[in-house]
Design a protein around this ligand. Structure first.
Ligand code: AMP
Ligand code: MG
Length: 510
């Protein structure tokens, strides 16, 4: 091992992106924080990454995760990317307030990116200050860790540091830096950056790099770019289906916020459904409901089409019109498979949520109607999405009172429950579990606790306005075991008052 200053940690970085993709980033240093203070350190994740969590506590951790004392082997870079934002194309976005410190191979052999968010201006900052505020960074930590505990692919939060600096938004706010861990930061927008410039050699290097990193089985495949499109379609179908089954609204599904890894990335104006309504939009800037809850699958497909366009010049000679047309047809066909992949993933998840487990073939159309009718009942009576699913597990054991209490007119619920019971009986006849086991398995798919918007806001306000981290820590604790009911955390399972949800607005880029 080489000698290094004792005061600087060594993360064991191995920076394949910087090494293999010159021209796709700018080497850059984080801004210095005047008075860094560690607000959050994810000890379990640090251990998973093979980092010395104890050494990263207190002032040392604050200095490291503020960017004041970088790991000795960090090679910070700002990555270039483009993207469609609300449907309009921006040829150059890039890391305007983020830096990739490097990649490391974790204890299970997975390569993970370690990146800062809020670490100051870069050549990609355009008009922005490059900074982030305590509230939104703790919000990303809470929601991404909550999503992880729910079993949904997501980037993770390793640390949040208050910088001691004031950032100016609508009001002055305490500044912060988040350290994010991701399977990679390759986005649809990364491909768009090179495709839009006609830099096809760089684009090919990027695509081959992406394949080595996320789809290594395709590496030697002569048809690997179509394979890459198919692989992303599959990952996104599965991811969006999981969002839809948990009531997650990303809020800003721009192409630069769609990760090639299939992880949920970029927690800005995201929020969770309370009362079920597919038209729900919380983002203050989403005036036309482009990223409404129910639009998410269609937007994913639209983003995939933008991704496919970037791959065409790799699939065929861009000078050969006929060959490009043929490639476009094959890509269109692959994108056309997305709705089927999505529907299948959705129904797979919904069957488990409904308590249907028998392996033998069942009627997809009938089950799709059964779920659609359940959701229609929730919609018509503005029932809380999370609690309704959760309490259906109680109903599987014959305890219906808690479920019924969510409905103003239980009549529609009753006729649906009768059909569902019949379907459960059929499931049991085909080898599915009995009532107790069914309810238990349903409780593993239908969370009791999600990061409810009013609880998240309450935690952030205490941290940001009053320097009180206790509500944040307690909520994070509650979110760690979302499927277990414990009286201690009962308050976190309760919906927000309807009036509060009706006026709830989330903000982007803050
Ligand atoms: P986002 O909405 O967070 O996905 O960011 C979209 C683009 O805006 C990315 O290129 C970001 O780097 C950039 N951006 C967002 N906030 C800031 C900021 N405060 N300063 C500079 N760039 C920013
Ligand atoms: Mg983004």
């Amino acid at each position: 091992m080489s000698a290094r200053p004792a005061s600087r940690p060594h993360f064991g970085f191995d920076n394949s992106y910087a090494r293999e993709l010159p021209g796709s980033y700018v080497a850059w240093q984080p801004a210095k924080a005047p008075a860094p203070r560690l607000l959050f350190l994810n000890a379990a994740l640090a251990a998973e990454l093979g980092l010395d969590g104890d050494a990263l506590r207190g002032d040392e951790g604050a200095a490291v995760f503020a960017g004041n004392r970088l790991p000795a082997d960090a090679e910070p870079i700002a990555q270039a990317y483009a993207g469609h934002q609300f449907g309009g194309f921006s040829p150059q976005l890039g890391d305007g307030r983020a830096l990739l410190l490097g990649e490391l191979v974790d204890r299970t052999g997975r390569r993970r990116d370690i990146a800062f968010k809020g670490s100051g201006r870069t050549p990609f900052s355009r008009g922005g200050d490059g900074k982030a505020a305590v509230g939104p960074m703790l919000r990303e930590a809470l929601v991404s860790e909550g999503m992880h505990a729910l079993g949904i692919p997501t980037t993770r939060a390793l640390a949040v540091v208050a910088t001691g600096e004031t950032v100016y938004r609508e009001t002055p706010l305490p500044g912060a830096v988040l350290t994010r861990v991701a399977a990679s930061h390759l986005r649809v927008g990364t491909f768009q950056f090179f495709a839009a410039r006609g830099q096809y050699d760089a684009l090919r290097r990027l695509a081959d790099y992406s394949i080595r990193r996320h789809d290594p089985a395709l590496a030697e495949d002569p048809d690997r770019y179509l394979g890459l499109l198919r692989a992303l379609a599959g990952r996104q179908a599965s991811l969006i289906a999981q969002w839809m089954n948990i009531g997650f609204i990303h809020g800003v599904m721009n192409t630069d916020n769609m990760a090639i890894s299939g992880e949920t990335i970029d927690y800005g104006p995201c929020a969770f459904l309370e009362a079920y309504d597919p038209d729900t939009v919380f983002s203050s800037i989403d005036h036309h409901g482009r990223y409404a809850f129910g639009n998410q699958p269609a937007i994913a497909r639209w983003n995939l089409a933008r991704f496919a366009e970037t791959l065409l010049p790799l699939m065929a000679d861009p000078e050969d019109d006929a060959a490009i047309r043929q490639a476009a047809e094959r890509a269109t066909e692959a994108i056309g498979e997305f709705p089927g992949l999505y529907d299948a993933a959705l129904l797979r998840g919904q069957r488990i949520k409904l308590g249907l487990f028998a392996a033998s073939a069942t009627d997809d159309a009938a089950d799709t109607t059964l779920v659609a009718d359940w959701l229609a009942v929730l919609h018509s009576q503005s029932a809380d999405f999370t609690l309704a699913w959760r309490r259906l597990a109680d109903a599987a054991e014959g305890r219906e009172a808690a479920l019924r209490s969510l409905f103003t007119d239980p009549g529609a619920l009753d006729s649906w429950l009768a059909r569902w019971r019949e379907r459960c009986a059929g499931d049991e006849a085909r080898g599915g579990p009995g009532a107790t086991e069914r309810a238990m398995r349903m409780r593993r798919a239908n969370p009791w606790i999600i990061p409810r918007n009013h609880r998240v806001e309450e935690a952030l306000a205490a941290a940001s306005d009053a320097d009180d981290l206790a509500p944040f820590e307690r909520l994070l604790e509650a979110l760690r075991n979302p499927f277990d009911e414990s009286p201690e955390y009962a308050a976190y399972a309760e919906p927000a008052p309807a009036a509060l949800t009706a006026g709830y607005r989330t903000f982007c880029g803050t």
